[in-house]
Design a protein around this ligand. Sequence first.
Ligand code: GDP
Ligand code: GDP
Length: 436
Amino acid sequence: MSFTVAIIGRPNVGKSTFYNRLVGKRDSIVDDISGVTRDRQYGVSDWNGKVFNVIDTGGFVPRSEDIFEAAIREQAQIAIEEASLIVLMTDVTCGITDLDAEVANLLRRTKKPVLLGVNKVDNSARLYEANEFYGLGFAETFFISSITGSGTGEILDAIAAHIPKQEEEGEAANTIPRIAILGRPNVGKSSLLNALLGENRNVVTDIAGTTRDSIHTLYNQFNMQTLLIDTAGIRKKARMMENLEFYSVIRVFDAMDEADVCMLILDATQGLEAQDLAIFRLMVQKKKGIVILVNKWDLVEKDHKTAKQYEDAIKAKLAPFNDIPILFISALEKTRIFKAMETAMQVFERRKKRVATHELNEWLQEMQDAYPHPSNKGKHVKIKYVTQLPLHYPALAFFCNLPQYVKDSYRQYLENRFRERYEFSGVPIAMYFRQK
Ligand code: GDP
Ligand code: GDP
């Protein structure tokens, strides 16, 4: 199940500092167009085994003074409708501002959990001043310092307490494959859906466990039966361009969390941009099956080398994990769109593949014979055995004498060879090294 936390509040209260605490390491992306590095605004957090999506809405607010207030009000509204839990962030050094009070009023009316964060409470003098924020009337009020980390554990505990116990993703043996169609606005998601379905459009709205509002379409052609999850309708609902991305991200999270395989649609005339890469990284992190479809291929002037060059360029940007099927399609001309579905189904099957333990261990022996782990700070790492964990995505547990000395390069070596041997194109693989 998808659980998304939205952090809202005025500029400079410390939303992004808090976000970075939640999502862990500060991971930034480079914007292809401007060449500047900017912080990623959404990611995945894991606290006490509860996994949830986090969105820092600050990144979506225009900097301009005269419109940011309206944008923040609107974000509060969108968060009320779309997020699972809202953190309203405030700044103790400013006291309660009019906008804080106004947004708090909006948020108090929702039944969704709202946690009030009073940030920059770095010392005991400020703790005293922070008491005024109880006046905003939230039962769950936390005095925190996002910079020092003080109090952030408590608010994380409170967030986690609101998350229902997470069951293993819905791959009970007989569910049909779920394929999400994802990508930026205008890349051609609706066109692809229409091209695939033709007249056979069969929109499913009442399948248990499907996400409210996202469009589910049963695809039942050419011996393939799948549920297509579509986020194309997003644009029609989002009212203001400034918040389109914030709105879209919540929907993308929902669709992605539900899917077994994600089709990432790109626009051939634009290539792979920072935003596409951010979505791709999330898919990898969530261990979803992935297919990349470069749409509008009809618009590209090409010779026999173009596709290969284009593919290489994308793979260079995806690295290190780029063992992904990439297809060049045209939704408009219906070129290779069935091939795209077939490929998604193959990825679905691969993601379920199990390699028998004895076979895995023969493979591991062979790998270590061919290339033993190089000594690391004088330590000799020996991997004793490997087993595939019973998860809904491929996950390998390697048992070894000194797991903390396993080199990244060796991990990569094993993953690459494993992929070559067993064919896992489009499927992220988890690898754990454990003490034995
Ligand atoms: P945002 O605009 O709400 O995302 O705010 P930022 O996270 O960018 O933070 C704005 C400024 O407040 C930065 O200079 C931060 O270093 C600072 N800041 C954030 N959290 C704290 C805190 O807990 N204590 C103090 N003293 N400063 C903080
Ligand atoms: P969405 O926002 O991702 O759902 O994108 P749409 O399906 O609405 O497509 C955006 C625009 O791109 C529309 O004008 C489509 O006609 C156009 N388009 C979509 N697919 C193709 C394609 O394969 N080739 C060309 N030339 N145009 C396309």
